[in-house]
Design a protein around this ligand. Structure first.
Ligand SMILES: [Zn+2]
Ligand SMILES: [Zn+2]
Length: 431
């Protein structure tokens, strides 16, 4: 068997992992590189020719979740290759691509994206999928994208756990260790753990539980009548925190735009059936000519989900003339570095957007596993042969985690052959 880490050993995003036997080859994720601060994406693989070459002979592609750094190159994959994604994840991705299709000059690209996404085969947690002599089982994980999976892959008598992006400090994170204990470890040892290590380069970042974040949001909402929120429009658990905090306020409307409303509706129809925390039924789509909603917002105040786009700049300047600005705040709920002007990760679009608000509060917690959580998962899985940290700028630092001593020697960050398995890490020399 062979494991190829095409990308991800020394970068966050752009994840592509290949697992193959003599007969079968599959990919886990086909992500695009993350954009730079100006919004430009530098990615040698983001063209049909490169993806046709990379996917030649591939029997199936499995996506852990709908973030672009895992899913972004799906539209370049030839139709003969089946692509798999979570059922709800597919709906959210379709919704997003429908919105993108409204952007002028993007028609051809959007048509292609929508038709490829439409063809994707949907996955359910714990469903066993056989591709040739490789068996893949998805297990639910909590992440800043809903309907995300880790994959257990069985091939040539070896068991590989590919975690994808995950965390344990979200509302849905409490099942993580149980899933590993009762579904993965129960049926035998894992040989190779391929795990995310995003937080290895952000060890000083405070990781609080989503519940704590909700309490902090409530405090801010009590101080301000008008609350704008800049957060990811597809992070269901974060949206739930804002929705729940707003529900505690005196009948303030929870406002968003059409696109966000469609995403919230998907969550209400799916996760909302399992837990009322994800039932966003009481949310309202803003339009400048909706006087009734506008009067309600003026009267009671509001919580409004916004994005850093021209449309929202227009909404905000429209609302600005009709509400008390001194009683207004923007809660910025994304990674702090995006609006740190001195950071290499600073995003101009966000910086400009945030600047128009006199008061800004930063309330965020990561979508990724903390150092403690990574160590806990690693020790619990306790793989027999190898640990391959991906989705990290500092994969080698995985050995700094408080993991069992003997596991430290199993960390793989360059090409090696071990126990009849070749782990190939292109662009890196053999140890
Ligand atoms: Zn990612
Ligand atoms: Zn992600």
């Amino acid at each position: 068997m062979k494991i190829i880490i095409h990308r991800g050993i020394d970068q966050i995003g752009g994840c592509i992992t290949e697992i193959s036997t003599e007969r079968t080859r599959i990919l886990i994720d086909l992500g695009q590189n993350l954009p730079n601060g100006e919004g430009h994406i530098q990615d040698d693989l983001a063209n049909s020719e490169s993806i046709e070459k990379l996917t030649k002979g591939i029997d199936a592609i499995f996506y852990t979740h709908y973030h672009g750094d895992h899913l972004g190159l799906f539209h370049l994959v030839p139709d003969v290759i089946p692509q798999y994604i979570g059922n709800v994840a597919k709906r959210v991705a379709m919704c997003r691509h429908h919105r993108l299709s409204l952007i002028k000059g993007r028609e051809e690209l959007s048509a292609r994206e929508l038709s490829k996404m439409e063809r994707m085969i949907t996955l359910e947690a714990k469903q066993i999928i056989k591709i040739g002599d490789i068996q893949v089982t998805p297990y639910f994980v909590s992440h800043s994208a809903y309907d995300a999976f880790m994959f257990l892959i069985v091939a040539d008598g070896k068991r590989i756990l590919h975690t994808g992006d995950f965390r344990d400090h979200g509302y849905l994170g409490k099942g993580l260790l149980k899933t590993i204990r009762f579904h993965i470890n129960r049926h035998g040892r894992v040989d190779f753990l391929i795990t995310e290590g995003t937080m290895l380069s952000r060890l000083n970042e405070k990781v609080k539980h989503e519940n704590e974040l909700k309490k902090d949001v409530s405090q801010i909402m009590k101080q301000y009548k008008n609350v704008f929120v800049l957060c990811s429009s597809t992070d269901m658990e974060r949206l739930a925190s804002f929705y729940a905090a707003n529900n505690q306020m005196n009948k303030r409307p929870f406002v968003c735009d059409d696109f966000q409303k469609s995403v919230l509706d998907i969550f209400t129809e799916t996760a909302g059936k399992e837990s009322s925390l994800f039932d966003f039924s009481d949310s309202y789509s803003f339009r400048k000519d909706n006087d009734k909603l506008l009067h309600w917002m003026q009267d009671k105040g509001f919580c409004m989900l916004v994005r850093a786009t021209d449309k929202f700049n227009d909404y905000i300047s429209f609302l600005g003339s009709q509400i008390d600005i001194s009683n207004t705040v923007l809660i910025y709920s994304m990674w702090k570095e995006y609006i740190n002007p001195g950071s290499k990760h600073a995003v101009k679009r966000y910086l400009d957007f945030v600047e128009q608000f006199p008061k800004v509060e930063k309330i965020h917690t990561s979508g990724h596993a903390s150092a403690e959580c990574l160590a806990e998962v690693c020790n619990l899985v306790n793989p027999t042969t190898g640990i391959i940290p991906i989705h990290s700028e500092h994969s080698e630092e995985y050995r700094m985690l408080s993991i069992f001593e003997e596991l430290k020697s199993k960390i793989i960050t360059s090409t090696v052959t071990i126990e009849n398995v070749t782990v190939e890490i292109p662009n890196r020399q053999k140890n």
